[in-house]
Design a protein around this ligand. Structure first.
Ligand SMILES: Nc1ncnc2c1ncn2[C@@H]1O[C@H](COP(=O)(O)OP(=O)(O)OP(=O)(O)O)[C@@H](O)[C@H]1O
Ligand SMILES: [Mg+2]
Length: 309
């Protein structure tokens, strides 16, 4: 059945407008690196996952260099539950003993990483999965965790096991893949001086990678409409100087804490722009990269840049 002429005309007009709207963005990001943090919480829906993979492939095909860093908290939790292994959390961080680290490495470096690689490849891309151990890309050190509680006179140092932070990132392998027209997909596992594996929050890895690659953009996909204020309204933009106030009064907490801190570090280190967006929106990345319709929360340093939405 053919659509009525007027409807066809309107649709064609809409499509043309969308394509024209994308042009300046395609031009601006041509040859530029865009780091995308794909949160574990938004990987549950097959339809959304396919949309994400398509968006990444499209970015590559029009000349951008997408680099994906993924999380996987819920997937780790699910396997730990299946094998009956209990884990404790200290202020949102999983206490990771050696056995838990094995599971983390299997799930992040194996299951989740290869699933994303496969999705991108089945949608016409050329993805290669790595963990931070490959090429010793992510050097990690143990995260020293200070617990500050009002009842304690001095802060207490708590051992949370194999939880690490980024010491340095060697971009050689990623650059080689980008130059070879591959899409790198990176699991946030680092290697310590002692050769031990460390579980690192994926937001920290994505932000650090964006810094060392001097990325044009860092996009963080998560499971909220963006950064929410005290009344649960989405903040379309947030200046770095305002972040601490929101942390101090508890508006930013839990998983949003490492995310916002990582975003601030990236902005301060000269990453073009950092955007926290809702990964539950179909084709969220495509909307963010190719249209005037900015979504989620833009984190910026001084003044909201005029050329950014
Ligand atoms: N002010 C805030 N605005 C929005 N979300 C917030 C805020 N404060 C805390 N959060 C919490 O942060 C969560 C997002 O971080 P979370 O670590 O859970 O997901 P992720 O980083 O996307 O996934 P993963 O950790 O698997 O990579 C939200 O689901 C929300 O519960
Ligand atoms: Mg998180």
């Amino acid at each position: 059945m053919t659509a009525p002429a007027t409807q066809t005309h309107n649709n064609a007009g809409d499509i043309a407008r969308v394509l024209v709207e994308a042009l300046p963005y395609i031009r601006r990001f041509n040859g530029k690196t865009v780091v995308i943090k794909y949160g574990g919480n938004v990987m549950s829906d097959d339809y959304l996952k396919s949309g994400f993979a398509r968006d990444v492939v499209l970015m590559k095909l029009v000349g951008m260099n997408p680099v994906v860093v993924h999380g996987g908290g819920p997937q780790i939790a699910s396997l730990l539950e299946r094998i009956g292994k209990e884990t404790k959390f200290v202020e949102g961080m999983r206490v990771t003993d050696s056995e838990t680290m094995d599971v983390v490495e299997m799930v992040l470096g194996g299951l989740v990483n290869k699933e994303i690689v496969n999705l991108i490849n089945t949608h016409g891309g050329n993805a290669i999965g790595l963990s931070g151990k490959d090429g010793q890309m992510i050097r990690a050190r143990k995260l020293v965790f200070n617990m500050n509680k009002p009842e304690l006179e001095v802060s207490e140092i708590i051992d949370i096991g194999h939880v690490g932070e980024v010491e340095s990132i060697d971009t050689a392998v990623v650059e080689m893949l980008i130059n070879g027209d591959f899409i790198p997909v990176i699991a946030p596992i680092g290697v310590g001086e002692d050769g031990q594996s460390y579980n690192i929050n994926a937001d920290l890895v994505a932000a650090k990678l964006a810094q060392v690659l001097q990325a044009e953009k860092l996009i963080m996909l998560t499971n909220t409409p963006g950064l929410l204020d005290a009344n649960s309204n989405v903040l379309t933009g947030l200046q770095v100087a305002e972040v601490q106030r929101l942390i101090d009064n508890g508006v930013i907490h839990g998983g949003m804490l490492p995310k916002i801190n990582a975003a601030v570090d990236a902005v301060n280190a000269g990453v073009g722009s950092v955007q926290i967006i809702d990964g539950r929106v179909e084709h969220a990345v495509l909307l963010e990269v190719f249209t005037d319709q900015g979504i989620g929360t833009l984190i910026y340093r001084d003044k909201r840049p005029a050329h950014l939405r």
